[in-house]
Ligand binder design. Structure first.
Ligand SMILES: *Cc1c(COP(=O)(O)O)cnc(C)c1O
Length: 639
């Protein structure tokens, strides 16, 4: 600790550095002079920035409780522009002759409002939609208006799906069927004859290029989806035979999501562009090259090829793609196609912020150790005490091992009745005091000792927070994905505590004990001491992609309240839409309880209690009222 920290003179800049907000915030998030997190959709013009604390106050005044998921319309708008402008800049600079047409894959966040806003904000770029199922196609058709935008149909397609897509073509939409398995072609051709509509056919291929990262198993030779080279050629032959090669217009691949390394992206584009060239030479009409998703989000702000990051910018991504496509096609003298990408994660990740309050804290207490232990104490306790007294930087690994050894011995002795509860309590105090000392000494070491890696989280405070990991950030639990987490206020104060976060599901997996860091992964998060009676609010950022519909009803915590915010250029904001989260009755009906039936049953139970003389009739009324409130309440902790 430096002197300023010791004196508690903490600054905004220190908070910025500690929580890395400038690294992962992409210019959208910052800290104000008052030490609060700001959202600024206009990046450069920070007079429009608004404080998350102001929004929290506004939301609470309107009667909505935490947790609340905020969706910022402007950030979605801005990300769509950013992606399109970056591609268009690259196209202009490199003198590419084709165009860019992005599509948004609905599965990344299917909420009606999200899809609607994508189609609205995307219109000026003819930004379209990608669907992977019949339900998504039905949803897309209810919102799409733009006939210039692409509507890409991936996934398995049955007759109903295909008919709907063919009608879309008939109505003038640029709707493509992407063939994922060879058998699909027959049914597409059959339905198109039956309805008299010529289909736009795309083919998804398996590339031999494979990318690293969490979600990338859909690429590579052994990926589940797409045609291999032999299947592709036989499809071309079939189309030729049927005189339908002019319907083959698009080539598609999808390497997987969150690809951290630009080299993987580039080598896939080069391979696909070669296949594209050959298809043109085979006589297919082509015109569209669809490179799928994969554009990663820098969740930890490290700008590296680590899974939660990416070693490239959006601009680099765009110009690398355009340049790679040009290189290959120019050498084959093939006209430049329209480049399509299906970026979902980058489009919506920034859009949503989850806010919640801290309910309680279990502080790690560093117990004092007595000046000496009793002469008659057991050998093991005396030994443990010696370890505690003789600890220094040189022997810290040894002391750590010894402390664990003696603690376990003592616990064993307790089990066998050889020491008392009071002695056991003394030994635990000595043990935890030793661990705290080791954690302090460890900081002075130049090289990390692997055994001591997790020691900070062992002596961390536990902050119990009003949200569910399973409902709101399922990828944190399922694949250990990291999201930026930080307090949204008090950022001019030194955060004196080191904490891990527990949610309210009471499940031992309902916790967060890995946090973003520039060079590594932190096991604790610095947080402020709770002040008596004051609320303390934290935010989890960049949760707009994949988290909302993957979430589940673990312990019956339901959807959170959702508030959509539009920030105006003058720094005012409108709460455009409020969606109340699930009530207890809602989530119970999802698991087939019938709330009306439940009331009837519980009323009968209460009636029995009257009969047994346990409660009075008027008490029954109160009890039934409490039960009814319970059913109608929010599933999270309410004030
Ligand atoms: C999931 C998916 C995407 C979205 O990928 P991101 O990496 O989120 O942009 C795009 N295309 C297909 C076929 C997908 O399955």
């Amino acid at each position: 600790m430096n002197k300023a920290e010791l004196l508690g003179r903490w600054t905004r800049e220190k908070s910025e550095e500690l929580y890395g907000i400038k690294n992962w915030g992409a210019g959208y998030f910052a800290i104000s002079n008052k030490g609060e997190v700001l959202v600024n959709p206009y990046k450069d013009n920070d007079s429009a920035a608004i404080s998350l604390m102001d929004i929290i106050t506004g939301v609470r005044e309107r009667g909505l409780d935490m947790p609340v998921l905020l969706r910022f319309e402007n950030l979605l708008d801005s990300q769509i522009s950013y992606l399109n402008d970056s591609f268009n800049d690259a196209i202009r600079k490199l003198n590419y002759k084709g165009e860019y047409r992005g599509v948004y894959p609905i599965k990344v966040n299917q909420q009606q409002q999200v899809v609607e806003e994508v189609t609205k904000f995307g219109q000026r770029y003819h930004h379209g939609l990608e669907v992977g199922s019949k339900a998504e196609l039905v949803a897309a058709l209810s919102l799409m208006k733009d006939k210039e935008a692409c509507l890409i149909c991936n996934g398995y397609k049955d007759e109903e799906f295909i008919d709907l897509g063919l009608y879309a073509v008939k109505m003038g939409f640029k709707c493509f069927f992407v063939i994922e398995i060879p058998d699909e072609l027959d049914i597409i051709l059959e339905r198109s004859r039956a309805l008299g509509v010529k289909p736009n056919i795309g083919i998804r291929i398996k590339l031999s290029a494979k990318a690293s990262g969490h979600w990338t198993e859909s690429g590579g030779d052994r990926s589940i989806f797409g045609l291999n080279v032999s299947q592709l050629i036989s499809m071309v032959d079939t189309l030729k035979e049927k005189n339908m090669l002019d319907s083959l217009k698009l080539l598609h691949y999808h390497l997987g999501s969150q690809i951290p390394n630009i080299r993987d992206i580039r080598s896939a584009v080069l391979e696909a562009a070669r296949v594209y060239t050959e298809l043109v030479k085979e006589g297919a009409s082509m015109g569209y090259l669809d490179l799928g998703g994969g554009l990663a989000v820098d969740y930890d702000g490290s700008n590296t090829n680590y899974t939660n990051s990416r070693n490239y910018t959006v601009e680099e991504y765009c110009s690398d793609i355009v340049e790679a496509v040009m290189t290959v096609l120019d050498s084959g003298n093939v006209p430049h196609p329209i480049i399509v990408t299906e970026s979902g994660r980058t489009t919506v990740a920034y859009y949503s912020v989850l806010l919640f309050n801290v309910l309680d804290v279990e502080k790690f207490e560093e117990y004092d150790v007595p000046d000496k232990v009793d002469e008659n104490a057991s050998e093991q306790i005396k030994n443990l005490y010696d370890v505690n007294r003789n600890l220094n930087l040189k022997n810290i690994q040894e002391c750590y091992n010894d402390a664990l050894y003696y603690r376990d011995e003592i616990r064993d002795m307790f089990k066998h009745g050889r020491i008392s509860l009071r002695e056991r309590s003394l030994s635990e105090k000595i043990f935890w005091n030793t661990i705290s000392q080791i954690a302090r000494e460890k900081k002075k070491l130049k090289h990390a000792l692997p055994d001591l890696e997790d020691i900070e989280s062992a002596i961390a405070d536990i902050y119990y927070c009003n949200f569910s990991v399973f409902q709101s950030i399922p990828d944190s639990w399922a694949i250990d994905q990291l999201f930026p987490i930080m307090p949204v206020h008090r950022l001019l104060e030194l955060p004196r505590r080191n904490a891990v976060i527990a949610d309210i599901t009471c499940d031992c997996d309902g916790k967060i004990d890995r946090f973003i860091d520039l060079h590594d992964v932190r096991t604790t998060l610095p947080l402020h001491e709770m002040k008596n009676g004051d609320n303390y609010y934290l935010g989890i950022f960049l949760v707009g992609a994949y988290q909302e519909t993957l979430g589940d009803l673990h312990n019956l915590f339901g959807d959170t309240n959702v508030v959509s915010v539009r920030i105006n250029a003058d720094g005012n904001y409108d709460l455009v839409k409020e969606i109340h989260g699930d009530s207890v009755a809602d989530v119970l009906s999802y698991v087939e309880f019938d709330p009306k039936d439940m009331l009837v049953r519980f009323r009968a139970t209460a009636e029995e209690a009257i009969r047994d003389g346990l409660i009075s009739a008027s008490e029954r009324r109160e009890i039934m009222q409490a039960y009814d409130y319970g059913l109608r309440g929010y599933t999270y902790y309410e004030r």
